[in-house]
Design a protein around this ligand. Structure first.
Ligand code: 5GP
Ligand code: ZN
Length: 115
């Protein structure tokens, strides 16, 4: 999608601090971190949200689920939270599906809550 900020990051049109990339997904540090480590895992395919997943996306989502623990290990996280906000009422602000990985101390008390 041309006006999607994460599609622009995937295309390299706007910079991001990438920590992982393969044919299916990219992971980069959140520009406004809510925790000491705050990485977003983003499928390269534009999918608006979890609500927009199709059956054909099952393998992609499995790959992301399998990549997250490996990525967390690379980031040196002993434990972490994984979060997906869905819909405006669910706190989603970027409408390209993404998984938050949050590790270490939280920096914002109200971070990632619904507004
Ligand atoms: P959401 O609120 O949709 O679950 O999460 C969107 C996340 O994207 C937020 O945590 C926000 O800080 C992050 N974000 C928004 N714009 C950018 C950007 O241009 N670059 C990066 N790296 N993160 C962004
Ligand atoms: Zn997109």
């Amino acid at each position: 999608m041309s006006d999607c900020i994460f599609c622009k990051i995937i295309k390299g049109d706007i910079p991001a601090n990438k920590v992982y990339e393969d044919q299916d997904m990219v992971a980069f540090h959140d520009a406004f971190p809510a925790a000491e480590t705050h990485v977003l895992v983003v499928p390269k395919k534009h999918i608006d949200s979890l609500n927009h997943l199709q059956e054909e996306d099952a393998e992609l989502i499995a790959k992301i689920s399998l990549a997250i623990p490996k990525l967390a290990e690379t980031l040196g996280l002993e434990g972490y939270k994984t979060l997906v906000n869905t819909g405006k009422a669910g706190g989603q602000s970027v409408f390209h599906l993404h998984y938050h990985i949050l590790g270490g101390k939280f920096l914002k008390k109200d971070a990632l809550q619904n507004t």
